[in-house]
Design a protein around this ligand. Structure first.
Ligand SMILES: NC(=O)c1ccc[n+]([C@@H]2O[C@H](COP(=O)([O-])OP(=O)(O)OC[C@H]3O[C@@H](n4cnc5c(N)ncnc54)[C@H](OP(=O)(O)O)[C@@H]3O)[C@@H](O)[C@H]2O)c1
Length: 255
């Protein structure tokens, strides 16, 4: 199947590693031109070089960062056909452990950053070819994750944003992707935090997680990257306003 991404101009947030890099690589492999956004690092430059894209260094948690990044991406690509809303995950913890500053970091990094980048990108997307937005969410849109109350509050909010925008921005498509446990730096640090908090070994924490995943393993970033590239592509032209889980069957709730 030809995804139809050849020459499509796509901005990808959080693209220096993990899920963002995997989506960028999969889309670039289908011929898309990528503006890869993350804070300045050798890793970001290396991803951009590997996929023949442009590196756009920016801090997406600041008020100006997402706006500035979107403007520079649109300029670098000469327009925009696709946008991947993605960045670092929000602070971990239970409600009792999260103070005002942690909530402010979570809200600006996860919720406000998404609003800001979408708002800035919309005019260019309206001029784009088969334009599509993809928001990287979490299994927390279906079921709360232990010790991650920020995600449990904010990701469902972004799901609500998808359902709100779908009627407002068509024919721009907008979808979400909900990873369960994909083996990235973020998931490794979540496992470490759980291990420290519970006094269990990392192996015990991982075994508990694996017991919930019918496929019996964590996913690989490329397995999510391929689904992300599909959702952004004209091949998914009638998929709109939905959230696709990539979790090995972990979440049992009905959609
Ligand atoms: N992996 C999973 O299974 C999973 C499950 C549920 C939800 N998620 C969510 O999916 C998103 C991506 O996860 P991941 O596993 O790929 O995480 P990751 O491995 O930690 O990668 C995060 C990416 O975002 C960038 N980033 C972090 N803070 C940033 C900032 N302030 N400004 C710009 N870029 C920033 C990072 O680069 P720099 O740090 O260099 O800027 C990196 O490229 C996260 O929000 C995570 O919570 C992941």
């Amino acid at each position: 199947m030809d995804l139809g991404l050849d020459g499509r101009r796509i901005m990808v947030g959080g693209a220096s590693r993990g899920l963002g890099a995997a989506i960028a690589e999969a889309a670039a492999g289908e011929g898309a031109r990528i503006a890869a956004v993350a804070r300045e690092s050798d890793a970001l430059a290396a991803v951009a070089e590997r996929i023949g894209g442009r590196a756009i260094p920016a801090d997406l948690t600041t008020a100006d960062g997402p706006v500035d990044a979107a403007r520079r991406a649109i300029e670098a690509l000469g327009g925009l056909d696709g946008l991947v809303v993605n960045s670092g995950g929000p602070p971990t913890g239970s409600f009792a452990t999260l103070d005002e500053a942690a909530w402010e970091r979570a809200i600006s990094g996860t919720l406000l950053a998404a609003l800001r980048v979408i708002r800035t990108a919309l005019p260019a997307l309206r001029e784009g070819r088969d334009p599509a937005i993809l928001i990287v969410l979490s299994s927390s849109v279906r079921e709360p994750v232990a010790n991650l109350v920020t995600s449990n509050v904010l990701r469902p909010g972004l799901n609500g944003l998808i359902k709100s925008l779908v009627g407002e921005i068509a024919p721009i498509r907008i979808n979400g992707i909900a990873p369960g446990r994909i083996d990235t730096e973020r998931v490794r640090s979540l496992d470490r935090a759980r291990s420290e908090e519970s006094g269990q070994s990392i192996e015990q924490v991982q075994a508990q997680n694996l017991a919930r995943i019918p496929l019996g393993r964590y996913g690989q970033p490329a397995e999510l990257g391929r689904v992300g590239a599909f959702l952004l592509s004209p091949a998914a032209s009638y998929v709109n306003g939905t959230v696709v889980a990539v979790d090995g069957g972990m979440i049992r709730s009905l959609p």
